[in-house]
Design a protein around this ligand. Sequence first.
Ligand code: SF4
Length: 297
Amino acid sequence: MLSSVVRRARALGMLDKVVVVHADLDDIEWEGVKKLAEEQARLSGVRRFEVVRAKGGDLLERVVERFFKLKAKAEDKAREEGRDPATAKVPPAWPSSSARWCTSDLKRTPIWTLFTRLANELAHLGRPVRILNCLGQRAAESEQRAELAPVEIDRSASNGKRHVTTWRPIHGWSDAEVWREIARSGLPYHEAYDWGNQRLSCMFCVLGCVGDLVLAARRIPKKAAEYAAVEIQVGADFKKGLSMREIIRRAAALEAEQGPLRKPPRGTAMAGYVGKSTTALYLGRLEGLRAGLVVAA
Ligand code: SF4
C-alpha cells in the first residue's frame, strides 16, 4: 500500500505531505516490525515517520486489568440481584471479533493523537485540516474486510479541527497483486512471511488463523506460555474455541514429528507468487536500495 500511495503522491508533487505512522505494540507484535516500517518509509522516499504508543500496559496486561473490572462489575450486579457473587458469570476479557478493543486501544486511539498533532501544526491554515488516512485492508483478507468501503468519511476521527477520510487504496487487490507490487517496488517485507505466516499482525492475534498461531508458538514459545498463563488467570481461552494451551500442544506435536523449524531462505514467500528469477532480481534490488545505489520504484 505504501509504495502504491507514494507513487501516486510523487506523481502529484505531494510526497512531502505523506506521513507514515506505526502503532508500536512492543513485544506483542513480531520482532523487527517497527524497524521495518521505518525502513519502508525511508526507502520509499517518505521523510516523516512517526511512532505512536498507547498509554498503559501491553495487550496481556490490559486483558488482566479488564478481567478484574468485568469481574467486579459482574459481582456487583449479582449482589444487587440478591445472588451469590461467587456464582457471577464474568464475560471474556480477551478481545474478539465482536469486541475488538485491542485495535481501538492500541492502534486507532494512539494514531488519533498524531492526527491531533498534525492538525495543530497546520492550525495557521484557519480551517479544518484534511487528513487522508490510508489503510492497507483488502477485501481478499476476510468477509468483514470485503464489506468495507474503499473510501469513506471517518466521522468518529473527525472534529472541528480535522476532517478525516479513510482510503483503502489496495482494497481490491489479490495476494498475488500485493506480492507483485512488493517485487516491483523493491521495498523490504517481513521475514515472518518467509517462515509461512499468512498475516503479519500481533504474533498471537485473537483473529489469526490456526496455522499462523501454531507457527508462532513454535517460533516464540516463551510468549505463547505468557498467553497461556493469562488464560488461566482470567479463566477464558484467548481465542473463541481455541486455547493457547491447545495451540502449544499442537506446536509441540509438530516439533516432535518434524524436528525444530529451520530458517527458510530469504524470498521464499515471494517466490511462491512471482517465481524464483523475479525474486532473485527483487533481492538484488533491495540490496541496492539499502546501499543507496538505487531508488525505490
Ligand atoms: S493484530 Fe489481532 S490481536 Fe493485535 S491488535 Fe489487531 S486484532 Fe488485536
